[in-house]
Design a protein around this ligand. Structure first.
Ligand code: SF4
Length: 345
């Protein structure tokens, strides 16, 4: 039977101990134990697209965060094991309040979601009475509960455009997506929270322009739902790269575009985990990361050992207070009513 141990891995920004669970090899015995424990717990295993390949392969479903939350809500299983980061598991719990939701490591956070707390949002709202709050889906349940309408970057412009022009709008937490929405809508009464995904802060204008200049025939695939990609989206709009080479695509659409493109090379601006799937889909194309350091350490905390522990111990359980869940659900529902939200991150 595999054993659990750990490796040293603290967070340089906060000092928090982010030592992932380790010491387990994802071999056939592991896979067999995972499957049998999942059956015993009546659990469905969901994995985000940026998870480690071995986690994606053992999962019942892979996808983006909103697609996985919908699958969770529709599943007959009484337990959801969400292999992703914490706000995603919270969203699944909000949409499936009667199910047990487990995340294999509750410390798997998100620097973008952590950019604003419920308390900070309440203070911001107090400074702008009557303003409509629009929040990107990468937010905690508490922030969603303080939000009027959630958005993804696929529908952020539509969501803001649906708000009467004379109402102030507070947009959080992603400053790049906020700047993009402000530019497209031309709306002066849109206030933007200065949050960002620190994991991908390395993708910057000169780097993006340099990569594009080195390879003038390459397509540029941008996944709009991630912190790094929203900064790339902003840069593309600023003219850092020619617009006709820029393709804003969900992860599913990236795989389709990879099979269809005539380009010999593609620059990919998103979490590097996506390269694995793209190379499998179109082995003849040279896929390269705009920034090969753009790897989300939080996503990679869901290790084979963490998943095993989760199923053995029924941990870590995700709980959302019913009143918060109800208000958060309402902001997600309003987003869905306005139009096709696309996927979450
Ligand atoms: S890549 Fe950035 S935005 Fe996405 S989960 Fe990780 S920290 Fe959050």
């Amino acid at each position: 039977m595999p054993t659990l141990d750990t490796a040293i891995n603290g967070d340089p920004d906060t000092g928090a101990d982010l030592t992932p669970y380790g010491g387990v090899t994802a071999d056939a015995a592991w896979a067999e134990e995972i499957r049998s424990l999942a059956e015993r717990r009546d659990a469905v295993l969901l994995a985000h697209n940026y998870q480690l390949p071995e986690i994606q392969e053992i999962a019942d479903h892979t996808g983006d965060s909103l697609a996985l939350s919908r699958i969770a809500a529709e599943s007959d299983a009484s337990t959801i094991v969400f292999c992703g980061v914490h706000f995603m598991a919270e969203t699944a719990k909000m949409l499936s309040p009667d199910k047990t939701v487990l995340i294999p490591d509750a410390r798997a956070g998100c620097s973008l979601a952590d950019s604003i707390t419920g308390e900070q949002l309440r203070e911001w709202k107090a400074e702008h009475p009557g303003a409509v709050v629009v929040s990107y889906v990468n937010t905690t349940a508490e922030v969603k509960a303080e939000t009027d309408i959630c958005c993804t970057s696929s529908n952020a412009v539509d969501v803001v455009a649906s708000i009467p022009a004379d109402r102030e709008v507070l947009f959080c937490p992603d400053q790049f997506l906020g700047a993009h929405v402000k530019r497209v809508t031309g709306r002066e009464n849109l206030h933007i929270w200065a949050g960002e995904c620190h994991v991908h802060a390395g993708i910057n204008g000169p780097e993006l322009a340099e990569r594009a200049e080195e390879d003038p025939g390459a397509d540029l695939f941008i996944h709009p739902e991630c912190g790094c990609a929203t900064s790339a989206l902003y840069l593309a709009g600023e003219g850092a790269v020619a617009e006709d080479r820029v393709k804003i695509l969900s992860t599913g659409d990236m795989l389709t575009a990879a099979r269809e493109t005539k380009a010999e090379s593609v620059l990919v601006a998103t979490e590097v985990g996506m390269l694995h799937q793209l190379r499998k889909a179109a082995p003849e194309i040279d896929f390269r990361a705009v920034n090969d350091r753009a790897s989300c350490r939080y996503m990679k905390m869901i290790t084979p050992a963490a998943l095993l522990r989760s199923l053995r111990e029924g941990a870590d359980e995700v709980r959302v207070a019913p009143e918060i869940a109800e208000r958060g659900r309402a902001s997600v529902r309003r987003m869905i009513e306005i139009g096709t939200p696309g996927g979450g991150e």
